[in-house]
Design a protein around this ligand. Sequence first.
Ligand code: SF4
Length: 309
Amino acid sequence: MNIILAQPRGFCAGVVRAIDTVEQALEQFGAPVYVRHEIVHNRHVVQTLRDQGAVFVDELERVPVGALTIFSAHGVAREVERQALERQLQVVDATCPLVTKVHNHARQYAAKGYQLILIGEPGHPEVIGILGQVDAPITLIQTVEQVRALDFPADTLLAYLTQTTLSVDDTRTVVKTLTQRYPNIVGPDARDICYAVQNRQQAVRELCAQVDVLLVVGNANSANATTLCKQANDSGTPSYLVSDGSEVDTRWFTPEMSVGISAGASTPEVSVQDVIAALARFAPLHIQTLPGREEHVQFRLPPGLIARQ
Ligand code: SF4
């Protein structure tokens, strides 16, 4: 079986920083360290950190007053920041700087009197955080149909924002429809979709031209991993989301096929290797890696933590 690995795939700079944040907090302050929400959307990563002493909570009420608490890479609403202050928590904020950028855009537009539209996935923690970062109401949309259903008067001062992990292609279509309906609307086009998400989508686009089937390694609650899978399926390449080798179903392939493998931005390489090992039990493999864009983005650890030497 011919295996072609996407390049780049897996961890992005925001995920590396978020995991380093928890590990460094454990090293510098000792266990337990509380983490609000899964630090990144990957079960393997969460379990590994749990084994080291991280305690994951959905709500801050479960954190003892004054305890060290890390906010996840997805960012939080202001209400959560207020609760943390009330409980006198020692907060280390691992919100990805690219998500913080969207928070800043939201506040800047709101301060200038724009009514805000957010293109994003309802219920996703990043979206909940963005919606909660400004006091003004934000209209959440995801589809072209929802753009058509908007009823703002034509002269409304409008701005839009985007979740960082969306499909570039789908977002461009939604933005195009928005600008056709509201020609004066302002916003970032697809520029606030993060570099890592764009690079992984581009790699999958190139990979799909060469393979019969694509496996995306990642968890179902990872927006960027599910987007890669959908993108491949939309382009006509059957694609399956698997979190590790145990979820690979050999009925998806024959030994003569070319199989592409990519991984979401929160997926560790160990899970990719586990998928390859599962395929190797099915057929002899010839493995190659797609030439792709090199990534050199690095983010500094949040204030309060000392970087490893
Ligand atoms: Fe940050 Fe992009 Fe990674 Fe999300 S996918 S954590 S926005 S670098």
